[in-house]
Design a binder for this molecule. Structure first.
Ligand code: NAP
Length: 553
């Protein structure tokens, strides 16, 4: 009997993957077509796309250049696809993922409209029992989570929201049927990356727009534009180099002009650099200006003040500009949103900015949003209030490991992972872009490819060596958690209330959810771990006396 048959004996499939977004599609291709192993994929939506399926709100688009924010695993795929814009909008990204699904004939092996409701480890037989809301129960040797990092919208926390008589729309679960906001009075709660994109777009057509802002953001220009044919050809000719350079950059983009310290240069020189990065757009100001802006408050203040002045220059009414200009936290400690005309929206007479920090939203009634004792009447209410990031989607899977330990229990004081990819006591389970990995501070498709390859590499190793179980060592996990926390503590992130820190969800432990060492360092650590024979992991071989081996021999 061959090695694969040994690992699949007594189970329904070798690997179960949940999610059919960037992760699930690549994992399916890798496992089914390259490794030729049995795999099941479950997806709660009726179609592929993941985050790009659900977040179809007006204005949704990516903010890492599409030439980088795309799969790199197949040369033909990256040569044949041409993006129409520098930063593609949601419909085009969804078309791309559909193209990938069709091109590799993936759809036929994905079970749609099906939610995984529990994932329970069987210690005796060394498999996961995966149960779905459609009543299917399967035994799977391995489980790969591709549920995404920002896929469980935050629960509305406004008393009376259910009494509102008009539609209440949630950006992270936007209606699939077209909805017209033309001429309507619309209220938007939330001014993060989502709110900023949405507000800019709908301000073009709504009657009156009420923006309920709790914390202003340091938003900077996206710098979008149509794809230039010549540039596209050039990029395609050197795609291998582009990907190589992207992989060797902290954020996964091939920028190379970052300088060590904002404080080591004259003000004139610094402002020149900030202006250049601001004008060129995207993440350049954040990641390609000065290295110390995320670590030194004085360095950070130079860029924070630069952005505040930009906001004041663009917003005509000084009191509105001042409300839009953040003062009480450092730039970059909340995820920097990109904009394309956001600030100018507040120069429109029909756009009203309501500060709900000073006076919070007290409740929502049938007619609109009540702030203090003032009712703002609206016809449509939009909640752009964010997500229960990183841990929320994993908790929703109902994962239970060795000794019946629930993941929710293990992580009640905050996530604990080895390499942001595995969890001690939860064998044969792989988290793609899990907490304490570079994930959201890296170019997501590349981060996903890295993690899918890490997981499938371990699985291949286990097939080759007839290994039934892999579990992260508790000490290795402890060291990784400490390392990730130390890096976070050395940065300015812990001082700010953000979803990076879990601070957007009442009661969620305040822990940095992201690995701040950067993707190149992270990849070097993973490579060293592999070179040292999967250091930090314990494997269990097939027991020569076990019933399993007796069955297969
Ligand atoms: P977010 O950044 O968490 O923003 C949520 C907004 O809702 C914040 O302004 C928040 O205010 C506000 N809010 C939440 N609860 C509130 C309450 N009870 N009262 C008043 N205001 C409340 O969520 P997001 O905008 O959906 O973005 C999440 C992440 O998704 C982004 O950071 C980014 O990583 C990703 N994203 C990416 C893109 C892209 O271009 N690629 C686009 C959209 C989203 P506070 O700040 O005061 O909490």
């Amino acid at each position: 009997m061959d090695n694969l048959s040994i690992l699949t004996k007594g189970v329904d499939t070798l690997v179960t993957v949940v999610g059919a977004g960037f992760t699930g599609l690549y994992a399916l291709f890798k496992l089914r077509d390259q490794m030729k192993v049995p795999v099941r994929v479950f997806e709660s939506a009726p179609d592929v796309g993941g985050t790009w399926y659900w977040n179809n709100y007006p204005g949704a688009r990516c903010d890492i250049e599409s030439v980088h924010y795309s799969y790199s695993f197949d040369e033909k795929l990256q040569q044949e696809w041409t993006w129409s814009e520098k930063f593609a909008a949601q419909p085009e990204i969804l078309r791309y993922l559909n193209h990938v699904a069709d091109r590799f004939d993936l759809r036929k092996d994905i079970t749609f409209n099906t939610k995984v409701t529990s994932v329970v480890w069987n210690e005796q037989e060394k498999y996961w029992t995966v149960t779905t809301n459609q009543g299917e129960v399967i035994k799977s040797r391995f489980f790969i989570s591709g549920v995404g990092t920002l896929s469980v919208p935050k629960k509305p926390e406004f008393p009376g929201v259910e009494n509102f008589k008009g539609p209440t729309l949630i950006t992270g679960n936007w209606p699939k049927q077209p909805i017209s906001l033309k001429g309507k009075r619309v209220g938007v709660i939330g001014t993060g990356s989502t709110g900023i994109q949405l507000i800019t777009e709908i301000a073009k057509e709504v009657g009156e727009l009420y923006v309920f802002q709790r914390t202003p953001n340091y938003s900077t220009p996206l710098g979008n534009g149509p794809t230039q044919a010549e540039e596209d050809l050039e990029n395609k000719a050197k795609y291998t180099l582009i990907r190589h350079n992207a992989r060797n950059h902290f954020l996964g983009v091939p920028y190379n002009e970052v300088q060590p310290s904002a404080l080591a240069v004259s003000e004139e020189e610094r402002l020149k650099v900030y202006e250049d990065r601001y004008q060129r757009g995207g993440f350049r100001l954040f990641i390609d200006s000065y290295q110390d802006i995320l670590f030194d408050p004085k360095a950070n203040e130079t860029v924070s003040e630069f952005i505040r002045q930009k906001i004041h220059a663009r917003v005509k009414r000084p009191e509105v500009a001042e409300l839009l200009a953040p003062r009480d936290y450092c730039y970059g400690t909340k995820r920097p949103p990109m904009e394309s005309g956001y600030y100018e929206v507040f120069n429109q007479d029909n756009v009203h900015l309501i500060d709900v920090k000073q006076t919070p939203i007290s409740h929502i009634d049938e007619n609109g949003v009540v702030v203090g004792d003032q009712l703002h009447e609206v016809d449509v209410l939009i909640l752009a209030t964010g997500f229960d990031a990183m841990t929320g989607p994993l908790f929703a899977l109902g994962i239970q490991g060795k000794n019946h330990e629930k993941l929710t229990e293990k992580w009640k004081e905050g996530p604990r992972t080895y390499l942001g990819h595995t969890v001690s006591g939860f064998p044969n389970l792989f988290l793609v872009t899990g907490p304490q990995s570079p994930s959201v501070l890296y170019n997501m498709p590349l981060a996903i490819e890295d993690h899918v390859e890490l997981a499938t590499g371990i699985i291949q190793h286990m097939i080759d060596h007839q290994l039934l179980e892999v579990d992260a060592d508790a000490q290795a996990e402890e060291e990784w958690v400490n390392h990730a926390n130390e890096l976070a503590q050395a940065s300015l992130l812990p001082n700010t209330d953000s979803w990076y820190m879990g601070a957007n969800i009442p009661g969620k432990p305040r822990r940095c959810l992201v690995y701040l060492g950067g993707a190149p360092k992270y990849r070097a650590i993973c490579n060293e771990m592999i070179a040292k024979g999967y250091q930090g992991f314990h494997f269990k071989a097939v027991d020569p006396n076990s019933t399993l081996l007796q069955q297969v021999s």
